[in-house]
Design a protein around this ligand. Structure first.
Ligand SMILES: [Zn+2]
Length: 460
């Protein structure tokens, strides 16, 4: 099978030019102006933008949580991702405290194998670092292609590790050539506030927000960065939301330390005023919570300054009836919101079309940097001869409206209902096969492949 994309404006993290792309099998074979070559399929991309497929490095599919599961599984989640221009996702495996990393990997494989429509990989969340876990790190990196290890500084008794374990893990991961990522919030401070508000009878979703003030994230971010500096371990902060946390990263850059920072689309475009809507606010109950306008401004600036490298989603959808588990107690509302399908078009419309970021920056934070930081570049994250033909074609001027009625995520509401966007993903190609064309899915469950990752390519 071969495809010729003609006359498109090709955008990568570095380039912007008009050319044709010839795809054969799963790879890009040729790029040039007016390519004279026979192809099984010709796509005219005149007046459209041609970019590398999106990579969302922070999603939770089919994740066990509070006796239930996040409502998108590998099939519905990666399918919705494709409709939104994301050709690959990285999901999180959660080690069960007291058990091995391999038992968690096998459990996750049981749910993912053969079920994905789009490509995927895993981060391994280490929730119990001990002598046995330490032995498994090398095999995760070298045999399984899982090179990033997630940690939690919150959720004591379930996911949190203490600083002794954090330093031990960093030491081992550094030696083996991996990276440690972190949910950086101070779990003890948050637990104190949650218990205080519950004791006072303050049980609405608003108190989820009030229980996680900015300083709980800023403090943990600074502490994590210091431990990474002390051990020399490559480090990455997931879902950063606020100015206080980013200021710690700006400070450590003065000693020439690099800590990678991911934010998520919701922290750029939504704010805490949404917690004023009674129980409807449960739609936006996530951790960390939405912040203030000044934090949005800081994050946009961080993207342009290069202190924020990635815009992800932390996609973790729950049906409304699952959210209702916390109707009378905010601490029982499943945390997370749906965005896997909306990330690219929201960032394009709110970022590029409103003049906050350039087209090159858009590709950098949605595709090139995730590929580089997580060891998949240049197979993924760029348009170049020899790269995987993961390509999206965007009409930059088409208007459309987000709605739960038309989205493909398996969730019965949208966190962005009624938002009018400019810029629509028209065609999505995954490893040389048209996956989505004009709102129609062209591939099936099982096409998505597990991508083994290499060690990170270094400082960006
Ligand atoms: Zn997450």
């Amino acid at each position: 099978m071969s495809i010729l994309i003609k006359n498109g404006r090709i955008i990568t993290a570095a380039d912007d030019y008009i050319a044709d792309i010839f795809i054969e099998g799963e790879k890009i074979k040729m790029i040039g102006s007016t390519l004279d070559v026979k192809a099984d399929k010709i796509i005219d991309a005149k007046n459209k933008l041609v970019m590398p497929g999106g990579i969302d490095p922070h999603v939770h599919l089919d994740m066990p949580f509070m006796g239930t599961f996040s409502s998108d599984n590998y099939e519905t989640g990666t399918r919705a991702a494709l409709f939104g221009g994301t050709t690959m996702v990285i999901d999180f495996i959660l080690q069960t405290q007291g058990k091995s990393l391999y038992s968690a990997l096998n459990e996750w494989k049981g749910r993912s194998d053969g079920n994905a429509v789009g490509d995927y990989s895993f981060h391994m969340a280490v929730t119990d670092f001990n002598e046995n876990t330490k032995e498994e790190i090398k095999d995760m990196i070298e045999k399984e292609g899982i090179t990033s290890f997630k940690t939690f500084m919150a959720y004591k008794g379930a996911l949190m590790i203490d600083d002794r374990q954090m330093v031990g893990l960093m030491n081992e991961v550094k030696t083996r050539g991996g990276m440690v990522t972190v949910h950086a919030t101070n779990g003890d401070m948050i637990d104190f506030l949650v218990n205080k508000h519950k004791a006072e009878g303050k049980l609405s979703p608003l108190y989820h927000y009030i229980s996680q003030p900015e300083i709980t994230e800023a403090e943990a971010t600074g502490r994590f960065a210091d431990m990474a500096y002390y051990t020399g371990c490559p480090a990455y902060v997931v879902h950063m939301t606020c100015e206080g946390a980013l200021n710690h990263i700006r400070a450590v850059e003065k000693r020439n330390q690099k800590v990678y920072v991911e934010t998520c689309i919701q922290y750029l475009v939504l704010d805490a005023s949404l917690y004023d809507k009674g129980f409807e606010s449960a739609k936006w109950v996530m951790s960390p919570p939405l912040r203030e306008k000044k934090d949005q401004a800081t994050l946009w600036a961080g993207i342009n300054q290069g202190t924020v490298q990635i815009v992800a989603t932390d996609h973790c959808p729950f049906m409304w009836k699952q959210k209702l588990m916390g109707e009378n107690d905010f601490s029982k509302i499943p945390n997370g919101h749906p965005a896997i399908e909306n990330r690219m078009e929201l960032l394009f419309s709110e970022g590029v079309n409103k003049g906050k970021i350039t087209l090159n920056k858009f590709v950098e934070v949605t595709s090139a940097n995730p590929a580089k930081i997580f060891g998949m570049y240049p197979e993924k994250g760029c348009i170049a001869v020899g790269s995987d033909a993961d390509i999206i074609i965007i009409d930059p001027n088409e208007n459309h409206t987000i709605s739960a009625k038309t989205h493909h995520m398996n969730v019965d509401y949208s966190a962005y209902e009624g938002w009018e966007l400019k810029g629509k993903i028209k065609t999505v190609i995954l490893r040389g096969t048209v996956a989505v064309d004009n709102n129609e899915l062209k591939i099936a469950k099982g096409y998505g492949k597990f991508i083994k990752r290499k060690k990170s390519v270094g400082i960006i």
